[in-house]
Structures are given as structure tokens and as C-alpha cells.
Design a protein around this ligand. Structure first.
Ligand code: H53
Length: 839
């Protein structure tokens, strides 16, 4: 054995020890050792999963060394820490990403081969933590990656759901939900920290008392107490030592709580308390936006926020810092309104538990918190009924009343006698049966408020948050979303990564703007040829996967036209289907028609209770069944529904796409992040002027982007002038024919009623203007089909897309948050010698 052959990682003094060494032989021995001592297996009976675990622990050991040094450094240097509060995280499988970040992918590949195994097979064994629904949770994971890579001290706080987002199966063309038992075989990436458990109170009542100094105080007498146990997962940065913590809370019964019942012989009652406590973090609510206003959901939100804030205060006091400096040491980001209750909770902790006076506590709170809004859908803005809220969190209700009163006093001074303003700004919605508006609480309690794309931020300022913008314009800023190129390029598209790095070096992986150096190569025929070969190989991989998993043959020379995202009417998967049916009709009318072959690929889950979204899935699979078997068309059109779209499965899809469908109704998609992942992998976009599409188009150049549809302003105007979808149906023969074919039962074995709700909804309501955008979409798709015929130009355009996509790195987004909102700086982590560190 000897030194590692890749010393890219700043490893410090290296001891070639089985837990830290990077040489192939050391890694091989460590895997064998872990198989024996962790899995308790010998090779003859070991499963692939056992080997995955043995490898995961091997990699974890190398990370632990860095993690411990990181935690130590943060403690010793009294640094300011970013605290990202998010009810959802979708980190995806950890193993591959950690290999990339540590820079040990090649060595591990060889060590695994030397053990007679295949790294890809082991990577495939990992169950991903599906602790989120979609964009919001995945954004949190990208941001954790960038924070570590930029060496910013950060903790991500969230919930350790025992069951993550359901697994999707397709049966008879319908979505079926299967519970996600992701922890069944153990999780090598987490370390439980029961010694850091905290208690969280629920229900009961409040009472006032006068303390020794004669101060009026309030105490909360809860009905129930739940214990929060933290589980920590290391988040490594790319080729830096920084390894931050993702701390997820699990609910348990407090040991002592029902001892009385136990002593009295009420064994069942005591166990019952345990069961109800553990229910709290049992399952992720499977709604993307809007979320469901259930009591258990509010309990989850309060639970993880209270655990996290108590934890922060504990860390702060351990550092022997005075409470007054709390906001100098922690920047707390609210990922949407889900953790907004944290504002009332920090006030409660400071005022009731740490006996700080209200004004000082309020200054600390406002200085510490910042709020990201992620949606414009009015129905997605969270509110809670006073009745439910007061029953669960009686003290927080009082605190919110107090915050509101002081806030409205301020508003009254500014808008003398304007009662409309008061009603519009109030934390309480007095109309809809008295509800607490969490977005208003988040705005009032934060020093910074941001949207997630330029258009979205502008629409916030003129729409849902306009009154707050008028009051505090200086609080508002835009932070366009970004995604991490480590996972979304390097890990998932090694062929493209190698091609790029061979030509422009590796700096782009940390400085994505360096991809600009690819631009001149778009005119280099041999580079373009290699690019095409890479794309072709990646498309073949996906074709092979679809062949194996679904028995469906697709043509890798066809356009891979992909729409992969949650199902929602505003995302308009049904507009995509209308295009497919239109092409189908064209071929049926004229079987000899010239048409660029296309493979339409769909992926995505529907919220289990969202009937229309599930019906759209059924429509796609039904059209697929007809089209894929029809000998007239199946050489030109194929339809694939990829079941169970999650991080793992998405990683096969983005690299293979030629065309990325970003076709939401303008003004509805806050940002989108899948749009960025497709572009980074060389797909061209067909899209509306919505969310980050606008900025992607600006970046890559209008001539390299397929734009169609109404603008957000035109959408608003059309809706204001009583939109009549039926008129589009009446005047457009191809549209009429497509809708009529669906209504006729052609795709549903003659059952004309199956898709009626969908078709009738479009004809009579069409809230997302599918029919209004239909012709524009079809025309645009026709030009895409034409353009694909010219592979040279297409490739050049794809290369330019990648060359100009640098802005959409989450590193850029995180740098902006650091500068404008958090005011935090990088902290370099040096590795202490291992032996010394252990001593
Ligand atoms: O957040 C993404 C955006 C996307 C938006 C999404 C989102 C959720 O996934 C869930 C709730 C919510 O309010 C918003 O729909 O446009 O890209 C990250 O910002």
C-alpha cells in the first residue's frame, strides 16, 4: 500500500490507515473489513446490499474525519452559521455524490473491482431518502451541497420522516401509491444523537404569574410533550474538507412522561402515548403545492422548528455568547412558510424561557430570520384556522396576537384611517373564518424576503405580497434558484463531463461560468462530432433501461422529448398530450407524412388526492397504449411513462433528453429547477416565459430557445376579459379533432366518460389556458421537429446552451444569499492529523 494516487482532496498529513486511506488496496481491505465487522457477513453469503453497506461505511469513515474537524473548527472559531429550516429535503443517493466530492471515484471503482464487484451495481442498491415532494425539497439539497462546497458553516434542519414520498407504480395505466420504507435495511449515512434530544410541548393552556423581580410572565402548561431525537447526516463539499450537518428530527415519547400511568398499571396507556408521539414524524405529506391543512402537518412543522431553535440556543449558550448576539451568530432561512412558526417560537423561547424583554427579543428575531417564498398560487399560501392553532399552540397564538397588534399599530401610523390596508396586511384573515396567514407572519418577522426567479419576485411585489413590498421595499430581493453541477452533471453524466473537462479543464465544476470556454468549440466540427457521440451513447443507455424495465423499444435517433416533474394542471402535461394526439391525427390522415420521429417521455407523481392530475397520468398511458401498438405511427411516435420519478430515476433521464418541456402557464411556476438540469445536460428547451425559463432564455440566447405562448401579463389580461376556451375549440380544427378523439373513448376502449372531466374542464373552465396556448405550442413544436433534422445546427445550439448555463449553478445562488441576506463568510477547514484528532 502507499499514498493515494489522487491527492486533489486537501487531505493534510495522511496516514494510510484502514479508515482514512485512499489507496486502492487500503480501500479494498476496508470494504472486506466492514463486510465482516459491520454487516457480520462473509463473502459466500453476502448480498449486493451487504457490499453496498460495507462500501458506504468505508466512504463514511473518510467523511467522518472531515466532519469532526469541521464541527471542531466551527466551535473553536465562533463562526456565524447558516441554519436552513426546511420541512423537506431530497438529497438523493449519498454514495455516488460523496465519491465525487471526495474525489475518490476512480480509486473506489478499482477497489470494488478488485473485490470482484461492480460499482454501478452497488450504487444501485442505495435507497434514496425521499424526504420531499419535488422542487422545494430538492432545492434545499442543492443548497446544502453548495454551502459545503463554498466552505460556509451551515446546518440543515428538517424532519426524519419514517416514510418518505410514496413509490409510484403504474397499474392498468393508473398511478398506485406504495409506502416508502426507506429505512427498512438501515441507513449508513445517519448518526443518531439521543444525547441531544429536546422536549417539544403541545396543547394545554397558558397562565400568567409574577416572577421574583415583579415582572409579568407567562408560562405554558402543555397537554402533551414529545421528544425530538436528532439524526445527523454529513454533507460533504466538493474537494474541500468542509463537511456540514443535515440534522433531521425524529419524534419519540419522552421517557418520563407517562411513568405515572405506567406505575398505576396503565401499561396500555403508556404504550399508546408512545405510539401517538411517534406518529408525528411517521410520514411526509405527499402534496407539493398546495399543501394540506391537516393538524398533524402543523404538528410536524412546529415540532421540527422547536427542536431546531432549542438546539441553536443551546449551541449559542454553550459558546458562552450572550443571547443578545444570537443573530450575529446564526442566520435562519425559512424555506417557504412551512417553518414560519419559528418566528413565534423564537419569541416564546426568548421571552418566556430566557426572560428577555419583548423589544430585544423581537430585534433578535427579525435580524435572525429571512424568508423565501416559492409560490404564487393563491391556494398554496398556508393559513391555519384560529381554532386549530389555538388548541395546539395556545402560547403561540397569544404571541402572534401581540406581534400583530404591534405591527398594525405601525401600519396605522403610516396609513391613517385606511382600514383596508390593515385588513390586507394583518396576520389574521378575518374573512375566511379567521385564519392565521403564515406568509404574513414570515414577512413581518424577517429582515429579508426573496422570490426564486426574477419574474416570480416581480409578481410577488405586485401580487400576493404587494402590501408588504409597499411597506418595506428594502426587505425584498430576488434570488434565482440554481442546481448543483456536481450531482446534475459530474455524477449523472460522466461521458459529457469527460468530454468537457478534456477540452476546457475541470474548473467549471466549481466555477460553472467557465463553461463559456465551450462556446468557440461549438464551431469545431470534431468537437461537435464527439458531443453527438456522447449524446447518442447516453440516449442508448436510456433506451436499454426502458427495454429492460418496460419491454418497450425506443429509437435512440428519435427526438427524446421529455416532461418530468410533479403532475399539476398548471404544469400542463395535458398540453403536451394534445400535441401528441395532434401528431397522431396527422399520421392517421396521411400515413406517408414526413415527420421527425419522437419519443415522448413522461415522469412524475401526482398527489394521491389530486384526481385531475391522476387522470392526466391515465390519459398519457392510455394514449401510449394506443400509439405504441399502432403500426401506422409507432415508427414515428413512441410514448413512455417512466414510473416513480425520484432523484435516482431522474438521473437517467436528464442526460438523455434532447428537448426539455417547460410549458407551465406563464405566471404560475415560481422558478422550476428541472429546466436547469436539462439545459446543463445539453437539452434544448421548449417553454413559456415563466419562472426561470425567462432567465435561461436570456442566458442561452433567444435564438437557442423554443419560446411559445402567452406572457404572464397576457394571461392576466385574458382572464380578466372573461376567457372563453370554447371559442378556441370552435375555431381550430386540429384542436377540436384532438379533443374529440379523447372524448370519443378512442383511448379508453370505447368508454367516452373516462376523460370527460378533463375535456369538459378544458372546454368550460380551462383555468390554465391550455386551449389559448395550443396553436402557439403546436407551431413551436413543428419548428423543433424541423430543426432536429439538421443535426449539425442542433448540436451547435445544444453546446451553446451548456456553455451559457453557468448562472444556474446553486453556487451562484448561495453566494448571493451569503452576501445579501446572511452576511456569512467562508471558513477554511484544515485537517488535523487523524491520530491526534482521536486522542
Ligand atoms: O419550489 C421550487 C420552484 C418551483 C415551485 C416549488 C415549490 C414546491 O415544490 C412546493 C411548494 C412550493 O410552494 C413551491 O413550484 O417552481 O422551482 C423551488 O423554489
Amino acid at each position: 500500500s502507499g499514498q493515494s494516487d489522487s491527492m486533489d482532496v486537501q487531505t493534510g498529513p495522511q496516514i494510510e490507515d484502514d479508515r482514512t486511506g485512499f489507496s486502492i488496496e487500503t480501500l479494498r481491505r476496508a470494504i472486506a473489513d466492514n463486510l465482516y465487522y459491520i454487516q457480520g457477513k462473509f463473502p459466500e453469503i453476502a448480498t449486493q446490499y451487504d457490499y453496498y453497506m460495507a462500501l458506504a461505511y468505508t466512504v463514511r469513515d473518510r467523511i467522518l474525519h472531515r466532519w469532526i474537524n469541521t464541527v471542531k473548527t466551527y466551535r473553536e472559531q465562533d463562526v456565524k452559521v447558516v441554519c436552513y429550516l426546511s420541512a423537506e429535503y431530497l438529497p438523493g443517493p449519498h454514495l455516488g455524490n460523496n465519491l465525487v466530492n471526495l474525489g475518490i471515484y476512480p480509486q473506489v471503482e478499482q477497489a470494488v473491482r478488485a473485490s470482484g464487484l461492480d460499482l454501478n451495481a452497488l450504487l444501485a442498491e442505495e435507497e434514496e431518502p425521499g424526504l420531499g415532494n419535488g422542487g422545494l425539497g430538492r432545492l434545499a439539497a442543492c443548497y446544502m451541497d453548495s454551502l459545503a462546497t463554498l466552505e460556509i458553516p451551515a446546518i440543515g434542519y428538517g424532519i426524519r420522516y419514517e416514510y418518505g414520498i410514496f413509490d409510484q407504480e403504474i397499474r392498468d395505466g393508473w398511478q398506485v401509491e406504495i409506502t416508502d420504507k426507506w429505512l427498512r435495511l438501515g441507513n449508513p449515512w445517519e448518526i443518531p444523537r439521543p444525547e441531544n434530544a429536546v422536549d417539544v410541548k403541545f396543547g394545554g393552556y397558558t397562565e400568567s404569574y409574577t416572577d421574583d423581580q415583579g415582572h409579568y410572565r407567562v408560562r405554558w402548561v402543555p397537554h402533551q410533550v414529545v421528544k425530538g431525537v436528532p439524526y445527523d447526516t454529513p454533507i460533504s463539499g466538493y474537494r474541500v474538507n468542509t463537511t456540514n450537518t443535515l440534522r433531521l428530527w425524529k419524534a419519540e415519547a419522552p421517557e418520563s412522561f407517562d411513568f405515572q400511568a405506567f406505575n398505576l398499571g396503565d401499561y396500555y396507556g403508556a404504550v399508546d402515548t408512545k405510539i401517538t408521539s411517534e406518529n408525528l414524524t411517521k410520514v411526509l405529506y405527499p402534496n407539493d403545492e398546495p399543501i394540506q391543512g391537516k393538524q398533524l402537518r402543523l404538528e410536524q412543522q412546529y415540532f421540527f422548528v422547536s427542536c431546531s431553535l432549542q438546539n441553536l440556543l443551546k449551541i449559542h449558550l454553550l459558546r458562552e455568547d450572550p443571547l443578545e448576539t444570537f443573530a450575529d451568530k446564526f442566520a435562519i432561512q425559512l424555506n417557504d412558510t412551512h417553518p414560519a412558526i419559528g418566528i413565534a417560537e423564537l419569541m416564546r423561547l426568548l421571552v418566556d424561557e430566557y426572560l428577555i424583554n419583548w423589544e430585544i427579543a423581537w430585534d433578535i428575531t427579525q435580524e435572525a430570520f429571512a424568508f423565501t417564498n416559492h409560490t404564487l398560487l393563491p391556494e398554496a399560501l398556508e393559513t391555519w384556522s384560529l381554532e386549530l392553532f389555538g388548541r395546539l399552540l395556545p402560547r403561540h397564538l397569544e404571541i402572534i396576537y401581540e406581534i400583530n397588534q404591534r405591527f398594525l399599530d405601525q401600519v396605522r401610523l403610516k396609513y391613517l384611517g385606511n382600514t383596508d390596508k390593515l385588513a390586507q396586511l394583518s396576520l389574521l384573515d378575518e374573512r375566511r373564518g379567521k385564519r392565521i396567514r403564515m406568509a404574513h407572519l414570515a414577512c413581518v418577522g424577517s429582515h429579508a424576503i426573496n422570490g426564486v426567479a426574477a419574474l416570480h419576485t416581480e409578481l410577488l411585489k405586485t401580487g400576493v405580497l404587494r402590501d408588504f413590498y409597499e411597506l418595506w421595499p428594502e426587505k425584498f430581493s430576488n434570488k434565482t434558484n440554481g442546481v448543483t453541477p456536481r450531482r446534475w452533471m459530474v455524477l449523472i453524466n460522466p461521458r459529457l463531463t469527460q468530454l468537457i473537462s478534456r477540452n476546457i479543464g475541470e474548473s467549471w465544476i466549481k466555477q460553472l461560468d467557465d463553461l463559456r470556454q465551450l462556446a468557440p468549440l461549438a464551431n469545431d466540427p470534431s468537437f461537435c462530432h464527439e458531443w453527438r457521440q456522447v449524446k447518442r451513447a447516453v440516449k442508448q443507455d436510456l433506451a436499454d433501461y426502458i427495454q429492460t424495465t418496460q419491454g418497450l423499444t425506443i429509437n435512440p435517433d428519435s427526438i427524446y422529448d421529455v416532461q418530468a416533474k410533479r403532475f399539476h394542471e398548471y404544469k400542463r402535461q395535458h398540453l403536451n398530450v394534445l400535441h401528441i394526439v395532434t401528431l397522431y391525427n396527422r399520421i392517421k390522415h396521411n400515413p406517408e407524412i414526413e415527420m421527425t420521429p419522437r419519443t415522448f417521455i413522461f415522469g412524475g407523481k401526482a398527489a394521491p388526492g389530486y384526481r385531475m392530475a391522476k387522470l392526466i397520468i391515465k390519459l398519457i398511458t392510455a394514449v401510449g397504449d394506443a400509439v405504441n401498438q399502432d403500426p401506422d405511427v409507432c415508427d414515428r411516435i413512441k410514448i413512455v411513462f417512466m414510473p416513480d420519478f425520484n432523484v435516482t430515476n431522474s438521473q437517467r433521464i436528464y442526460p438523455a433528453a434532447d428537448l426539455s418541456e417547460q410549458i407551465s402557464t406563464a405566471g404560475k411556476e415560481a422558478s422550476g429547477t428541472g429546466n436547469m438540469k436539462f439545459s446543463m445536460n445539453g437539452a434544448l428547451t421548449i417553454g413559456t416565459l415563466d419562472g426561470a425559463n425567462i432567465e435561461i432564455r436570456e442566458a442561452v440566447g433567444a435564438e437557442n430557445f423554443y419560446l411559445f405562448g402567452l406572457t404572464a401579463q397576457e394571461v392576466a389580461d385574458l382572464k380578466a376579459s372573461s376567457y372563453n376556451p370554447r371559442a378556441y375549440y370552435d375555431s381550430n380544427a386540429a384542436l377540436r379533432e384532438a379533443l374529440d378523439l379523447i372524448s370519443s373513448g378512442y383511448f379508453s376502449h370505447g368508454d367516452g366518460s373516462l376523460f370527460q372531466p378533463l375535456v369538459e374542464g378544458l372546454l368550460h373552465h380551462d383555468p390554465y389556458l391550455v386551449l389559448a396556448d395550443y396553436q402557439s405550442y403546436i407551431d413551436c413544436q413543428d419548428s423543433v421537429g424541423q430543426a432536429f433534422q439538421d443535426q449539425e445546427t442542433w448540436t451547435r445550439t445544444a453546446i451553446l446552451n451548456v456553455a451559457r448555463i453557468g448562472k444556474f449553478s446553486s453556487d451562484r445562488a448561495i453566494r448571493e444569499y451569503c452576501q445579501d441576506i446572511w452576511h456569512v463568510d467562508p471558513v477554511h477547514i484544515k485537517l488535523e492529523e487523524y491520530v491526534q484528532a482521536k486522542a
